[in-house]
Design a protein around this ligand. Structure first.
Ligand code: GLP
Length: 262
């Protein structure tokens, strides 16, 4: 694996480890190794989970590792980043459905300790406040997994989000609705709103693992790693976090200039 994964640095931001991987499969394995190490070090870890296509490969690797006895999820609990609103959890496009299908059904996690915001709650503001309380009651998030939107969004925190926000209801931007319409029958079926952990909730995680692959993410990755923290690029807040892993492929890294292989 040595030559397939390279550690990139900019010589100063020691809080950020950028692993550039040969391809998506290598990226998925590297990310799974970091994730599994967290669980092996602390079996009762509180895990922050993400949906989207980026972490699917990592989840597949974790399923394999779980079946091989290399990682045990029986004591963990999990909190997902976000959910469409309004949407029922039984809808195949819901993030609850996604998590059940892509991870939970194939690992030994206690499903009662998995949490996804309820996108069908009668009182969505209360749901948001209760969600942050549940995260706090669980002891806070040990490792938060993130993907990144082409516009730099994390969770559903769109450009111009306030960095300190807790879990809240968001209006999705047109480009996000368009990007996510690939999973729905028509673009009109994509909910226009979502409930998402805020950047404040995400930032409070003790460590963060962001995965990104493909050319479509290259600009967002460059703006995140090489620009100044800027609410127009929500992921750029991560530059200020003390413990972050970026696990990205060569295409997603292709526009980096300041970050170079060590
Ligand atoms: C959605 C999700 C994000 C995800 C992003 C990128 O908008 N809310 O959590 O990171 O899409 O998705 P993908 O990994 O499919 O490119």
């Amino acid at each position: 694996m040595k030559t397939e994964v390279k550690l990139y640095t900019n010589g100063k931001d020691k809080n950020i480890r950028v692993y550039v991987c040969k391809d998506y499969e290598t990226l998925s394995k590297k990310a799974a190794t970091i994730f599994a190490s967290q669980v092996n070090l602390k079996p009762e870890s509180v895990l922050g989970l993400a949906t989207g296509s980026s972490p699917i490969g990592m989840y597949k690797e974790l399923i394999k590792m779980n079946k091989a006895g290399e990682v045990d999820f029986s004591k963990v609990s999990s909190f997902n980043l976000d959910e469409y609103y309004p949407l029922e959890e039984t809808n195949e496009q819901s993030y609850r459905y996604f998590m059940n299908q892509n991870l939970f059904k194939d690992i030994n996690i206690d499903i009662s300790r998995t949490h996804v915001p309820n996108g069908n709650a009668a009182d969505i503001e209360k749901e948001a406040a209760d969600y942050d309380k549940a995260v706090a009651d669980a002891g806070g998030i040990d490792l938060q997994v993130l993907g990144i939107g082409g516009n730099g969004h994390i969770g559903f925190n769109e450009p111009d989000s306030t960095f300190v926000l807790p879990t809240h209801v968001v209006n999705l931007k047109e480009d996000t609705i368009k990007a996510n319409s690939r999973f729905f029958a028509t673009i009109d079926d994509v909910p226009k709103r979502a409930i998402s952990m805020g950047i404040g909730t995400i930032f409070a995680a003790r460590s963060i693992l962001l995965v990104a692959s493909g050319k479509g993410k290259a600009e967002a990755i460059k703006a995140t790693l090489e620009g100044n923290p800027d609410p127009m690029v929500p992921a750029s807040v991560l530059k200020l976090h003390s413990n972050v892993y970026f696990v990205i492929d060569e295409e997603a890294a292709s526009l980096l200039e300041e970050y170079k292989p060590e």
